[in-house]
Design a protein around this ligand. Sequence first.
Ligand SMILES: Cc1cc2nc3c(=O)[nH]c(=O)nc-3n(C[C@H](O)[C@H](O)[C@H](O)COP(=O)(O)OP(=O)(O)OC[C@H]3O[C@@H](n4cnc5c(N)ncnc54)[C@H](O)[C@@H]3O)c2cc1C
Length: 376
Amino acid sequence: MRVVVLGAGFGGLELTTILSEQFGPDLELVLVDRAESFVFGFSKLDVMFGRTTAEAVTHRYDDIVKPGVRFSRGTVRAIDPVDKVVVTDREILRSDVLVIALGADLDPAATPGLLDGGCEFYSVAGAFRAVDVLREFDGGRVIVGVTSTPFKCPPAPSETALLMHDLLRRRGLLDRSQVSLVMPLPTPIPPSPDASRMLLTTFEERGIGWHPNTVVRAIDPERKVAVLADGEMPFDLFLGVPKHRAPDVLVESGLAVDGWVPVDYTLETQFPGVFAIGDCTSVGTPKAGVFAEGQACVAGERITALLRGEEPTATYDGHGICYLEVGDDSVAKVDVTFGQGEAPTGALEGPSTDLVTDKAEFGSSRIQRWFGHDWN
Ligand SMILES: Cc1cc2nc3c(=O)[nH]c(=O)nc-3n(C[C@H](O)[C@H](O)[C@H](O)COP(=O)(O)OP(=O)(O)OC[C@H]3O[C@@H](n4cnc5c(N)ncnc54)[C@H](O)[C@@H]3O)c2cc1C
């Protein structure tokens, strides 16, 4: 039997680990990704703000040694979801079970002026490039701006504004700077009123401008202004969250419908034997690694049952824990649940310096589990 997992991100790595643990060498598992290494979303911010180096947060897929698992580096060019056949630029892969975990692609070109006049920090390359931009920045008006919905990790723009404020304070540039946050959401973390209140208070205390319910539609690089749905904002530095979309191959294969791959809390697509998890789906949770991981657990249980000839029963509970950088060397933790058909809920813990250790442990435990070695 062969299971092919497309995408070695949060979801694909967790799912591959689960199936390898269950079946060992008795199952042929092929994990496909076009990249040569994995980087956590939160590590992008750590690198960007000079807290670590790009090298220290880059985890090479070639290091994965797990029973039954083969990593196949390549770009997925075509998927036949009926026959469960995948064509990459390196090989043709037939499968008994196919898992789509290709994440969300970023499209900075979709926002006029963003590539010329702004600095997108959501891709690995963009975040790593931003290090130099921030190093040379000597103060002024900074906008952290979201260009469309949905976008990955809804708390990340708030974290970016707070870490930017920290950086300006450390460099003594606060008195001639202003950080503003432009967000399409009504509150920073809608499922958690407590977390939102804590963030809004912190923004106010630190003088960070909060602009909810709007997006940046375009950047005018000549005039250095961000064009919002309801006006303009001048800037000296624009840190942008680009438009997200499903990878083209999912649209072309008919797997994506109305933008994303539709699945319910079984994570099964409309095609028998084809599962989809994480950011490439419209499952109903925010696009974040913790949710992709939780979905991988459920898909893993269901695939295990299928391969053993049993009836799958596991369903997703929509639960996840998000760590939130609030600056001042503190981290908060938000415990959120998006129950199917229910209003989401979210409880806040912290912020505190103890949670910095918790968050580091969260990352290093995943690297140990997925790659079989310590972080470093
Ligand atoms: C700045 C920032 C901070 C974040 N912080 C957090 C956080 O603190 N906590 C959290 O839970 N989430 C966080 N996230 C979100 C998190 O990174 C993503 O939501 C998560 O990685 C999604 O997992 P996934 O498995 O669905 O997709 P991904 O992890 O994006 O993996 C998809 C994989 O598919 C590959 N791929 C795509 N198309 C192709 C193709 N055609 N051929 C071959 N390979 C392909 C990609 O290379 C990628 O490796 C953050 C994101 C950002 C940008």
